[in-house]
Design a protein around this ligand. Structure first.
Ligand code: PHB
Ligand code: FE
Length: 342
């Protein structure tokens, strides 16, 4: 394994003049990112050799969009079998081949650590330059089409400027994120036209008006304009409810650094679960409305949804959890915690 231990920091995004397809290339430490009409290319140096990896530009952009919107998320965000990022909270590791048996056998797996700020600025600049007018990397393919293909054609700053919505306590409370309505440009999605839009009545005792709150989560989700982008819609200390609407394929494989829970709220999602390090298959789960699953801390997973589906991801944001899993104080699965040895 070739690992650049020095943490690269700085505030200047390095980019080239546009290539013949009209796209700029970007450099982050030892990595160069470039795109053409169809592909994103990543180049880096390991063991003195110049290596390169190619993936479809839309796969790269949809994955990069999540990494940017989620601030590198929990744990590892795997773009494909070679490239991904690992959140070190304040810093971020970019890796190539570190979870790929052939790269590892040849000693060509490579990782470098960057200041999260510099890495984020570079990722944002790539997204901005490589996203054409009309292409929305958050949208389902049926909604955004093939507008990612071809020579450079404008920008879509509005689409890529969306981050995940994070409430302080709950949407709809004074001073918190607003509920979604037609007026604030969140129309009901085509897949959820049958979802009731009535809101609960709240009858708080006098003096408790600011303490009691409720909203129609199904109506809220029916108006989500993005796919595979959990928003924080209730926060109680470290307990975060992160519901999301899903269609087609989760653009990354996520390897969490903690346990996360899934509650299937509507429709159906199929999850492929793999070992977090080797990527070997461990399970396949088909989740239907009402199903609940605990995703262990030692897996990676990717979801598939034929029809737009509502999913509640329940995260524990306690910053101690990665260390407690790493040093073995916490078992990777809550079932083992409950049934020792089981
Ligand atoms: C996950 O990796 O746990 C995840 C990510 C995005 C989603 C749903 C689940 O939309
Ligand atoms: Fe996950």
């Amino acid at each position: 394994m070739v690992r650049d231990l020095s943490r690269v920091s700085g505030s200047i995004v390095e980019s080239s003049a546009p290539n013949e397809a009209g796209y700029r290339s970007f450099r982050l430490g030892n990595f160069t990112f470039s795109r053409d009409e169809y592909f994103a290319h990543i180049e880096w140096i390991a063991k003195g050799a110049k290596l390169s990896h190619t993936m479809s530009a839309d796969v790269f952009l949809r994955a990069l969009m999540r990494d940017v919107a989620w601030d590198f998320f929990y744990g590892t965000v795997i773009f494909d079998d070679v490239f991904g990022t690992r959140n070190l909270y304040g810093a971020v590791e970019f890796f190539t081949g570190c979870y790929h048996s052939t790269y590892k056998d040849q000693g060509l797996d490579y990782a470098a650590v960057f200041d999260a700020d510099l890495a984020m600025q570079t990722c944002r600049a790539i997204l901005h330059d490589w996203t054409n007018t009309g292409y929305d990397p958050f949208a389902a393919p049926m909604e955004t089409g093939l507008t990612w293909i071809g020579k450079k054609n404008g920008h879509n700053s509005a689409a890529i400027g969306r981050t995940r919505e994070v409430c302080k306590r709950m949407p709809g409370l004074p001073g918190d994120v607003p509920l979604r309505t037609d007026q604030n440009r969140y129309p009901v999605n085509r897949a959820f036209l049958d979802v009731a839009q009535d809101e609960p009545e709240i009858h708080a005792e006098p003096g408790f008006e600011n303490e009691v709150h409720a909203f129609n989560l199904f109506a809220y989700l029916s108006r989500s304009d993005v796919t595979w982008n959990p928003s924080v819609s209730s926060a109680c200390k470290h307990s975060l409810f992160c519901p999301t609407t899903e269609e087609y394929i989760l653009p990354v494989k996520h390897a969490n650094d903690r346990i996360e829970w899934f509650l299937q709220l509507s429709d159906q999602i199929e999850w492929k679960i793999e070992d977090r390090v080797t990527g070997l298959p461990r399970a396949k789960i088909v989740m239907r409305p009402g199903d609940v699953a605990a995703m262990p801390a030692d897996i990676r997973h990717q979801g598939y949804a034929r029809k737009r589906a509502m999913l509640l991801v329940w995260e524990n944001a306690d910053p101690e959890l990665p260390r407690l899993h790493d040093d073995g104080s916490l078992a990777p699965s809550p079932a083992e915690e409950f049934w020792p040895g089981g």
